[in-house]
Design a protein around this ligand. Structure first.
Ligand code: BTN
Length: 253
């Protein structure tokens, strides 16, 4: 299949052989200059790669996609910022589906192949009043890395899943086009379409799963959807519905 070409996303491409973090660099850039929308910052190696919840993102030199994109979604309200997670989650999932058949989005926006994490996304928004001023979408995709440190839970990569090394440039072209497609939907406020697509690809949707919170310990429930703020909706065994925000809940394998 031909790779669709993005109009502006990824066109202004800033590359470093090594950097602390592409997200940190992009956030710094937007605080000092006004880079064109769709600018991306790429590197082969991060000395301080940022994961969610202050975690470190590990990636072997030159093996994986390490990239951050800059957008200015001024027309999006801060209360709708979860749609930037949906936008980025769908773009990465759809990109990887050209290499791997079963790719899912684990709420809020981890990307899973089977029960293993293949990509992570860190969205950092800057707000102006009630609107979003800028967003940096940082994406780490495990592509050609085969061995991972033992302390990384459940990692996998495109090469592990397919048995073949993949072309990072092709993955980035799909990713840029996919992000731009989702960004156009976002700017049109096509929230229903985006949410439906997100739920269609949501990991463990409607499957009975064991979850855990600090206050409840383990419990069994099934994901039924997300609310308007992107909180995860769970149906308990007694049929009541409860909602959880990010960091409040862990999935047990
Ligand atoms: C996660 O914890 O799942 C999010 C990981 C995000 C990693 C990417 S790699 C490129 C970009 N730069 C960073 O420092 N982090 C993101």
């Amino acid at each position: 299949m031909n790779i669709p070409e993005a109009l502006f996303t990824g066109k202004n491409n800033i590359y470093f052989q090594q950097i602390d973090s592409t997200n940190t660099y992009a956030m710094d850039m937007i605080s000092k200059t006004n880079p064109p929308e769709g600018t991306c910052v790429r590197t082969d190696y991060q000395t301080a790669g940022k994961g969610q919840i202050g975690r470190y993102w590990q990636s072997e030199t030159g093996k994986n996609v390490l990239i951050s994109y800059i957008f200015y979604p001024h027309c999006i309200k801060a209360t709708d910022q979860f749609y930037l997670n949906i936008m980025s989650g769908l773009a990465v999932r759809n990109t990887l589906s050209h290499w791997i058949p079963e790719v899912k989005i684990k709420w809020p926006n981890d990307i899973y192949a089977g029960n293993k994490k293949i990509a992570g996304i860190l969205v950092q928004n800057v707000l102006r009043g009630t609107q979003i001023k800028t967003t940096v979408i940082g994406i780490g995709i495990n592509v050609n890395q085969i061995l991972f440190p033992v302390d990384i839970p459940n990692p996998t990569s495109v090469a592990i899943e397919t048995g073949k090394f993949a072309d990072l440039e092709k993955i980035i072209l799909w990713l840029s086009a996919g992000l731009e497609h989702q960004y156009f939907l976002l700017k049109k406020h096509s929230f229903d379409i985006m949410k439906m697509d997100y739920l269609n690809h949501l990991y463990r949707l409607n499957e009975w799963t064991t979850f855990c919170t600090d206050t409840t310990g383990d419990f069994i429930a099934r994901i039924t959807g997300i609310d308007a703020q992107g909180k995860l909706l769970l149906q308990l065994e007694n049929e009541t519905t409860v909602s959880f925000g990010f960091r409040e809940l862990t999935f047990k394998m």
